[in-house]
Design a protein around this ligand. Structure first.
Ligand code: SF4
Length: 371
């Protein structure tokens, strides 16, 4: 049974300097045609109940109130959402009017793209929002009782200091979000940042400075009531992201929209990326052009381990045994013993997880699972 759905809105009002997501500037885009195609794709899904829905992008809040309402009308008529219904949002676009629309359709979680509280760094990132926008959005969210939000932050930004990290921590103490995602900036090819670094016009931290910030963040957030539960995610009790855990538990999910991907029946699929091609394929064939990648059992087991070890609690042994009708010990026995011996992995309360030492060499440990 598939219990999670991702919906992709590939439009942004401004393109950030570091971004390599599947997105386009919204100006002059056929947004309503895109919604037509997206709605058709959503309506083709067999299920009528979802545990989690995540609407991401791009920026879903780049849509107008009327467009948001149109999409949500279809989604909520089709699915009963039993657990978590998240919308990604940029602070400057999360107007009271749009928030009211989201709330009225049962959206119960906001993933707020704050990135940093430093106004200068926000400019370097090319973000459309400023410092005040963050508080305007949060104030209204709290006013209407939509106070379950994740503060999405980045570190390892060009020119960022430890004081910037401390400043974010002070804001966290004051705002008390339920959840925090704090990712290291990755310099991706085909971005403005990539070109600037290649030309020597910009620098980011070396690995050791980045590591120092990372471990400081983990420790400081734990002290403030946000224990780490995944490599880049931290939460107060009961507010871990149910949708993202679908991915880390290697559970099935649908992906809808241009460039989205899904995992159903042991097959990963990747929807065609360009917005116009996505619309065209739906118009001409009544379905979306996609690449599919069926995973054999070996690949499914590898992914189960890779993804599960991202979480601090790790991979549940009994769940693995049930899922693959084979004991984990039969599949990975000697390797597990070896990595436990090296102090990289540990078996605790029925879970295999990375130790602190293992986290430092995570990729080396992951490689061991390639049978
Ligand atoms: S708003 Fe998000 S998706 Fe859009 S360009 Fe910026 S980082 Fe990328």
């Amino acid at each position: 049974m598939v219990e999670s759905l991702y919906i992709h809105i590939p439009f942004c009002n401004r393109i950030c300097t570091y971004c390599d997501f599947n997105k386009v500037l919204i100006k002059n885009q056929p947004v309503d045609d895109y919604l037509d195609a997206l709605i058709r794709e959503i309506e083709m899904i067999g299920e009528d109940r979802m545990k989690t829905i995540f609407v991401g992008g791009g920026t879903p809040t780049a849509l107008t109130e009327a467009q948001l309402a149109r999409l949500l009308e279809v989604v909520t008529a089709k699915f009963t959402v039993t657990d978590e219904f998240t919308f990604e949002a940029n602070p400057d676009e999360l107007t009271p009017g749009k928030l009211d629309v989201l709330k009225s359709y049962g959206v119960n979680r906001i993933s707020l793209g704050v990135q940093t509280f430093n106004e200068d760094l926000l400019k370097v990132l090319g973000r459309s929002h400023g410092y005040d926008d963050i508080f305007n959005a949060i104030n209204h969210m709290e006013k209407i009782g939509l106070d379950n939000y994740s503060l999405d932050l980045m570190y390892n930004l060009p020119g960022e200091t430890m004081e910037d990290i401390e400043d974010s921590l002070r804001h966290i103490e004051r705002l008390k979000p339920k959840h925090i995602s704090w990712y290291s900036l990755i310099i991706e090819p085909h971005t403005v940042f990539y070109n600037q670094i290649r030309k020597g016009r910009m620098q980011v931290d070396d690995d050791s400075a980045e590591g120092e910030k990372y471990f400081h963040i983990i420790e400081a957030l734990a002290e403030r009531g946000y224990p780490q539960y995944e490599i880049s995610n931290f939460s107060t009790p009961q507010y871990e992201s149910a949708h993202n855990k679908t991915y880390w538990l290697n559970a099935p999910y649908y992906g809808t929209g241009a460039g989205s991907h899904g995992y159903v029946g042991g097959t990963r699929y990747y929807n065609i990326k360009p917005v116009n091609h996505y619309i065209q394929s739906m118009k001409e064939t009544g379905s979306v052009v996609k690449e599919t990648l069926p995973l054999d059992e070996k690949a499914q087991m590898e992914e189960e381990m890779f993804l599960g070890l991202r979480m601090n609690r790790g991979v549940e042994i009994a769940r693995f045994d049930r899922k693959f009708s084979r004991p984990m010990g039969d599949v990975y026995g000697s390797m597990l013993e070896q990595e436990i011996g090296k102090g990289h992995l540990q078996e605790r309360d029925g879970f295999i997880s990375l130790t602190e030492k293992g986290r430092l060499v995570g990729n080396t440990v992951f490689m061991e699972f390639l049978l």
